[in-house]
Structure formats: C-alpha cells, structure tokens
Design a binder for this molecule. Structure first.
Ligand SMILES: *[C@@H]1O[C@H](CO)[C@@H](O)[C@H](O)[C@H]1NC(C)=O
Ligand SMILES: *[C@@H]1O[C@H](CO)[C@@H](O)[C@H](O)[C@H]1NC(C)=O
Ligand SMILES: *[C@@H]1O[C@H](CO)[C@@H](O)[C@H](O)[C@H]1NC(C)=O
Length: 258
C-alpha cells in the first residue's frame, strides 16, 4: 500500500503549486498535496528505509550485475558507481485542481539531471536476426536539461468500489530540452567516442519525440492499474489525510536517521 502510494508521487503529487487558504480548518486535497511534495523533497537526501525508499539526492548504485537473455540476444555485465543528482531540484511550474470537476493539471520540470557512473557489457545483440557482438566498458557522464512533464487527469469513481477513487482521462506529455553525453568507452578511440556521444545526444532527443504518442498508453497500461488499486479504497478526504500523514513522517526522515 505504502509502496504503491510512492507511485502516486509521480502522478498525483504535482497537481498543486500553492496551498489555498482554508476557512473550515480542514486540509483539502491541494493543501495536502503541497505538504506531501515538500516533505517528499525533504526526505529525498535520506530516503526512508522503513518503506524501502532509497536516498535519492543523490541516487547512488554501487554495483548492479545483469545477465540478460532474450532469444539470440545475450548481454552480461554490470553497472557500478552510479550517481544521479538533481532529482530533488524539480520545479513545479503550474498546477491546478478543480474540486467540482475533480480535474487536476500539472506541469513540472527537472532543470538538470546529471548521471555519472560506469558500465561494462559483453555479449551479442540480435537486431531483426542480425547478430551484433557487443563489448563496452564505459564511463558514463551524461546531463539531461529541462526535462519537463505536462499532464492532466480526473478523479472518478473506482470501478471496484463505489466509495473509492480512480484516475481517469489521464494524459501526459514530456519534453527534453537537451542531452549532453560525454561518455568514455575504453575500447574505443577518441573519434569513436565522439561519434557515439553525438549519436546519443541527437538520438535521445529524437527518441523522446518518437515515443511521445506511446507515453500515455504505456502509463495507462503499466502504472495506472496499481495506482487505481491503491485509490480504490480511498475517498478524496482519505487521500488528503494520507498525504498529510505521510508528509508528517517524511518531514522527519532526515532527523531520525542523522
Ligand atoms: C563486472 O564486474 C566484475 C567485478 O568487478 C568484473 O570482474 C567483470 O569483468 C565485469 N564485467 C562484465 C562484462 O561482466
Ligand atoms: C471547492 O472550492 C471552493 C472554492 O475554491 C470552496 O468554496 C469549496 O468549499 C470547495 N468545496 C469542497 C468540497 O472542498
Ligand atoms: C481498505 O482500507 C482499510 C483501512 O483503511 C483496510 O483495513 C482494508 O484492508 C483496505 N482494503 C483494501 C482492499 O485495500
């Protein structure tokens, strides 16, 4: 339940940019969301071990071996000393929530993400029956700028529980300002490395544009079902209370562990 609600961060957490004044003393959804986002940001440098949330500012991975087999493709290798910084510097550009239509919009951006680390891979890649041997030993040095997510969704009635919520009419677009790779493959010369870096830079931006039509359907297929199953048990008030409660816990995450 809690782990699923972390997924909510991705989707729900950005509906609100500023809290609204309350006259009845109750915390409404927008205000709860604002508290939740601030607490999430505050928790990121420490993570929250009790919920298996790793520290994310920066996010580090010491060593991760993989061995991937699919048909004739066989890739074996490892990723090490990964460090992703900038995840906690997201900016909320705008957000809204209409409590009559239950429609929310969000617009947020990561101004700069930096990915450092290294990977090694050996094996064979099969592309349409064509076998390509792969051998790489790469220092990763990559920067992504102005990675922006713009979207909207509506809270509707859960399909499994008439008292619960679900997210419907979901729509997400994302845009990448730029990708700058300065990777270094020890098995390649300078020209080869330059070529591959410029390939990654243009391909990454192109790839972002190419997959745009698939982002919303993929999200609907793989992410929304688990979010909706978590929401099926909650009213908007329950959800707001949950966000406030979680904010209280995360606000102290760094104090507890320090
Ligand atoms: C992965 O890591 C291990 C241990 O550091 C190393 O010996 C091995 O050569 C690495 N590379 C591959 C492709 O498995
Ligand atoms: C909805 O919003 C309006 C104005 O923003 C407010 O007066 C009203 O109390 C809200 N209704 C609920 C159920 O929160
Ligand atoms: C719904 O929530 C209640 C308490 O909040 C819990 O006891 C119950 O197991 C939940 N049901 C589902 C299906 O998650």
């Amino acid at each position: 339940m809690i782990a699923k609600c972390v997924l909510l961060v991705l989707l729900v957490a950005f509906a609100s940019a500023s809290p609204v004044a309350q006259d009845n003393g109750m915390v409404d959804f927008r205000e709860a969301l604002d508290m939740f986002i601030n607490a999430y940001k505050k928790m990121m440098p420490c993570g929250f071990a009790a919920d298996n949330i790793p520290a994310m500012a920066p996010l580090t991975v010491d060593f991760f071996p993989f061995d991937y087999v699919n048909g004739e493709t066989h890739l074996k290798g490892n990723v090490s000393n990964i460090r992703v910084s900038g995840l906690d510097n997201f900016q909320i550009l705008s957000g809204s929530f209409d409590n009559n239509t239950m429609r929310a919009t969000f617009d947020f951006m990561y101004p700069a993400l930096q990915i450092l680390g290294s990977y090694e891979v050996e094996g064979v890649l099969s592309i349409g029956g064509l076998l390509m041997p792969i051998r790489q030993k790469v220092l990763i040095n990559k920067k992504i700028t102005d990675w922006r997510f713009v979207g909207e969704y509506t809270f509707g009635q859960s399909l499994t529980n008439s008292n619960g919520l679900r997210i419907k009419d979901f729509n997400l677009q994302y845009l990448v300002g730029g990708v700058v790779a300065a990777n270094w493959d020890q098995y390649m010369d300078i020209a080869g490395n330059n070529y591959f870096n410029s390939f990654i830079n243009s391909f990454s931006v192109l790839f972002t544009e190419e997959i745009q039509p698939y982002v919303t359907p993929l999200y609907e297929k793989y992410v929304l079902p688990s979010i909706n199953s978590a929401l099926s048990n909650m009213s908007l008030t329950d959800l707001s209370n949950y966000l406030v409660m979680q904010a209280g816990v995360w606000n102290n995450a760094c104090n507890v562990q320090a």
